[in-house]
Ligand binder design. Structure first.
Ligand SMILES: Nc1ncnc2c1ncn2[C@@H]1O[C@H](COP(=O)(O)OP(=O)(O)OP(=O)(O)O)[C@@H](O)[C@H]1O
Ligand SMILES: [Mg+2]
Length: 280
């Protein structure tokens, strides 16, 4: 009572400010030193102020959450890059040291790791500018067989069977390096999705004249429906040491070749279907 007396309050109108999560933030009030009868109009106006404060607070909270999540993404990204490049540099260093010590050459391993670093940097380049195509004639089955060789050892260790089914053998006119990147990304994802003992099937057929249909199918853990919408977003990843650029780059390359890509997945595995013009 003393406080009210000291403040010389004759009349008081207070509207509580409820935040979106139901907690009370405070009260907005109108005070008159004289006795005053507040009308519904006064109450409505004060309520409007209270609502404005709630929406301002929620905007500030959302902005700050966005900044936090962008920061987290950035942290994961830099951790992914430094991990990938760091691992390769460690391997290169180790084998160079061994070469010096034993007077022998491990050039193939060193070359593979240098290529890994180059690929990470190329991924970054592809996210910032649209891929310029350098087209030439090549056979898709040869490209796939070459790539299978690159993944052979890893698949052997994880007991993953790599199968290619070539229903057509033909040449395409496309960018070899970029198409290689497409299959590399998809095979990488398929291998990552299989813990051990699995099967990856790459099938090349031609359902429509002058068009290649290629499917990369795995029987891994599949893509959970809750993340399906996000998987092609740049920097989205569920893996600890990855950057999350594979599918977004793959989509850009397929689009640049005037092709189409469709991903289908359930808990029994994932199938990526691509339609690519033979003369892209
Ligand atoms: N074949 C697949 N099976 C299960 N999940 C997959 C498959 N392909 C993609 N995903 C999911 O989609 C996410 C995004 O894939 P994407 O290839 O873009 O990035 P990443 O593999 O995580 O990282 P990066 O390709 O840059 O090394 C993956 O983290 C994974 O959760
Ligand atoms: Mg990937």
């Amino acid at each position: 009572m003393d406080v009210i007396y000291d403040c010389n309050v004759g009349s008081y109108l207070g509207i509580p400010i409820f935040l979106e999560n139901g907690t009370i933030f405070g009260t907005i009030c109108a005070i008159d030193p004289d006795p005053f009868l507040f009308t519904k109009d006064h109450v409505d106006k004060l309520q409007l102020f209270a609502d404005m404060i709630v929406s301002l607070i929620s905007k500030v909270e959302n902005d700050s959450n966005n900044i936090q999540s962008q920061l987290k993404q950035f942290e994961a990204l830099t951790a992914g890059i430094s991990d990938k490049i760091g691992n390769s540099i460690q391997v290169i260093r180790g084998f160079l040291q061994l070469s010096l010590d034993n007077n022998s050459s491990y050039s193939n391993i060193i070359l593979r790791e240098v290529d890994n670093i180059r690929d990470v940097l190329k991924d970054f380049e592809l996210t910032t500018k649209p891929p310029a195509l350098i087209k030439r004639e090549f056979s898709v089955d040869q490209l796939i067989n070459n790539l299978f060789k690159e993944f052979e050892e890893e698949c052997y260790l994880k007991n993953i069977m790599l199968v290619s089914m070539m229903e057509v053998t033909c040449n395409v006119h496309a960018d070899y390096t970029q198409m290689k990147q497409v299959f590399k990304n998809l095979l990488r994802n398929a291998i990552d999705a299989i813990e051990t003992n699995g099967k990856i099937n790459v099938k090349v057929s031609s359902l429509v004249p002058h068009q290649l249909s290629i499917t990369v199918t795995d029987n891994g853990h599949g893509i959970h429906p809750s993340i399906f919408e996000k998987i092609e977003l740049p920097f989205f990843t569920t893996k600890e040491n990855s950057i999350g650029l594979g599918l977004s780059i793959t989509r850009r390359i397929i689009n640049a070749h005037k092709g189409a890509m469709l991903i289908d997945s359930n808990c029994n595995g994932t199938c990526v279907l691509m339609e690519i013009p033979m003369n892209a």
